[in-house]
Design a protein around this ligand. Structure first.
Ligand code: GLN
Length: 486
């Protein structure tokens, strides 16, 4: 896959281009392409150019690092001081936070340039980005198809060269699945590896900020720049990953123990199954040891996810009452009516459905039957994964059971949409990391992605294995050929 960050950084360092000129090129690409692709829902071009100027100073002064001066995008649920951050929901229309998410604060300090906020499913609830109040982004590889979701705008922006990389959130697959639908790389880090401070909450025990990029090395560079413990996020963890990007060249898969679970391939489209098994053969022929493992609780992962995610969402979204944030309904006689009308008018159907489901599973009389049972099954799934990672370094699975849906799929059947999350949600339930890497195109020329999954804090192993594949495998998804910035 195409490496973008290091070559741009080199050009900046050698003064072949300034960050201001580079930023202008990305702005032109957005102005030319966003009308069709709808990847960005708001732009911050003036600030981007100011930040680019600062980046140029850093480059001149010799204080630049890997991401200095490189234009990127934030998902519309990651806060940045003074910029619209709406979760693509009417209820947060006009909302501008007054602080930076830790990930953005870190990147800004390193001289990153943010171009704007990217489209997503409303409150990150969905798998197609079609529940966005701004309308769906379109898949740059085939605009009759969705980008996937919920970080669909970020995936589209990166794929179509409207950002060098993007940050998204992944609660049940929202970084990996759109990355796979758009033929790019998506990393969902270990729960706690990256601070969630400033990420607008969906399911707090599942949410994790992740990276969408054109190549594994780009992904590693960004991961190295955003991770780390944060006193503002009590669930963040201090772990020494070392530098994952600089050591990629030494990656080898000889004697790497790769697990394959039959359960992970049940109900998966056969083209995807074949493509993923081809990668397993590739690893095997390069010296990896393939181990068959069992994952019997996988079947329960979807109900567990949808019970826990909805329960947490129903609580997290309780704060949108028309008083403190965004939208407020008009012509109300009292506060109660105002709250009722604000929530009725402000939330879309999918969000309302999940708030109701979540409230139901937490309600007295049903709590034990649903929420408590889901938490117990979560422990079983964690135990199953622990057993697998006692004998394997990496588990290989498809990222999704299908390639990019045609547009309007999600409106047809919410349950079918939920079912399509089967391959990604177990990762969030158990808190482990996973990376989605493009494998090849299917017969409709839509990209297929595979997931490499590891035990907690094994990002380096995953990035190494993914890089080895990306560099040496003969198959692969072609780079998107439209609108290359440089
Ligand atoms: N598709 C899943 C859901 O709708 C995952 C979304 C996400 O990761 N934010 O909940």
């Amino acid at each position: 896959m195409r490496e973008v960050i290091a070559p741009l950084s080199k050009m900046l360092a050698q003064r072949e281009i300034s960050s201001q000129e580079l930023t202008e090129k990305y702005i032109s690409a957005i102005e030319a392409g966003n009308g069709t692709i709808n990847a960005y829902v708001s732009t911050t071009f003036d600030k981007a150019l100011e930040n680019a100027k600062k980046a140029d100073e850093m480059i001149r002064e010799g204080t630049a690092s890997a991401l200095t001066g490189i234009p990127m995008a934030l998902k519309d649920n990651i806060c940045s001081d003074g910029d619209l951050t709406t979760c693509c929901s009417k209820i947060l229309s006009g909302f501008r936070p007054y602080y930076d998410a830790t990930v953005w604060a870190k990147l800004k300090a390193q001289g990153a340039v943010m171009l704007g906020k990217t489209n997503m499913d409303e409150f990150a609830m969905g798998s197609t980005s079609e529940t966005s109040c701004y309308g769906a982004p379109l898949n740059p590889r085939n605009t009759a198809h969705v980008t996937g979701g919920s970080s669909g705008g970020a995936a589209a922006a990166v794929c179509a060269n409207m950002a060098a990389y993007g940050l998204g959130s992944d609660t049940g697959g929202s970084v990996r699945q759109p990355a796979s639908f758009c033929g790019i790389v998506g990393l969902k880090p270990t729960y706690g590896a990256v601070s969630r401070y400033g990420l607008i909450a969906y399911g707090s025990s599942l949410d994790q900020i992740g990276v969408l990029a054109n190549s594994v090395r780009d992904t590693a560079v960004v991961f190295d720049s955003i991770r780390g413990v944060d006193k503002r996020d009590q669930t963040s963890v201090d772990f020494d990953f070392g530098n994952t990007a600089d050591t990629l060249e030494n990656a080898d898969v000889k004697n790497l123990k790769i697990g394959i679970a039959r359960e992970y391939f049940e109900g998966i489209n056969s083209e995807i199954k074949d493509a993923v098994m081809q990668t397993v053969k590739f690893y095997e022929s390069n010296g990896a040891e393939i181990i068959e493992v069992k994952l019997p609780v996988l079947k329960q992962a979807l109900p567990v996810y949808y019970i826990i995610a909805c329960a947490e969402a129903s609580s997290n979204l309780g704060r949108y009452d028309g008083i403190r944030y965004g939208y407020r309904a008009e012509n109300c006689n009292d506060v109660e009516e105002m709250i009722l009308k604000t929530r009725t008018q402000g939330f879309g159907d999918e969000v309302k459905r999940r708030i109701m489901l979540g409230t139901y599973v937490l309600s007295s009389g049903y709590y034990d039957a649903y929420y408590k049972k889901a938490c117990l099954l979560r422990e079983n799934l964690i135990a199953d994964f622990d057993e697998i990672f006692d004998v394997c370094d990496v588990l290989i699975a498809p990222t999704a059971p299908n390639t990019a849906f045609p547009l309007h799929f999600s409106g047809a059947s919410p349950v079918d949409m939920y079912l399509s999350d089967i391959a990604t949600v177990p990762i969030n339930i158990t808190g482990v990391p996973a990376i989605s890497v493009p494998v090849k195109n299917d017969s409709q020329e839509l990209p297929i992605g595979m997931q490499l999954i590891g035990k907690k804090f094994s990002e380096k192993t995953l990035l190494d294995a993914a890089y080895f594949y990306e560099k040496n495998a003969q198959i692969g998804v072609a780079d998107f050929d439209g609108g290359v910035v440089i």
